[in-house]
Write a protein that binds this ligand. Structure first.
Ligand code: XMP
Length: 180
């Protein structure tokens, strides 16, 4: 699996140190919430969520949302589909929305809007990665662990064609692996 990676962009130890910082900020900012409701976007945010939230010693609840925007390739489809039959009850709650990467911005924007429409009091957002680019949807995350260049990355929750999510680092996929 490592052979398919052209270069490591964010090493495991670097991610761990940065998560300490982001988690401390989140802990401080949400310390007055009686219960913080966290909503993670599956499947990409799984690894980020697990490692981040174990560093946040607050009383919190975890919900997950199944959302699709990539459909297996390396280009965003431009459409955000909500795949769950039943969405979490967010009415009146402050939500911390987690995603793996902010790319075109469509996913964070669509999910934040949906949560507000469902009655959330406030939606704050945290992403592991943010691509440095002009976004199709005007949105920025409240907490960003790493800014990266506009290239396709895998690992630490991010996939290509369903694979590489379990790599402990973020890396750039070798172009020979990408199906044309
Ligand atoms: P948008 O464009 O809506 O994208 O901000 C968010 C979702 O698109 C996926 N995405 C990627 N997945 N490598 C991936 O494995 C990437 O470089 C990449 N860029 C975007 C991801 O699912 C994210 O939640």
């Amino acid at each position: 699996m490592d052979n398919d990676i052209e270069r490591i962009l964010v090493a495991e130890e670097v991610i761990e140190k940065r998560l300490d910082v982001i988690a401390a900020r989140i802990t401080e900012d949400f310390r007055h919430e009686e219960t913080l409701q966290v909503v993670a976007i599956l499947k990409g945010a799984l690894v980020f969520m697990a490692d981040l939230l174990r560093r946040v010693p607050l009383k919190l609840e975890i919900e997950c949302l199944n959302v699709a925007s990539y459909h297996g390739g390396t280009e965003s489809s431009g459409q955000v589909d909500f795949l769950d039959q039943k969405l979490p009850d967010v009415k009146g709650h402050t939500i911390l929305l987690l995603d793996d990467i902010l790319d075109t911005g469509r996913t964070l924007q669509a999910v934040s809007a949906k949560l507000m429409e469902m009655g959330a009091k406030e939606v704050k957002t945290a992403v592991l990665l943010s691509k440095d680019k002009v976004r199709a949807a005007e949105v920025e995350a409240d907490y960003t662990a790493f800014e990266i260049a506009d290239e396709f990355v895998v690992g630490y929750g991010l996939d290509y064609d369903g694979k590489y999510r379990n790599l402990p680092y973020v890396g750039v996929l070798d172009s020979k692996v990408i199906k044309s």
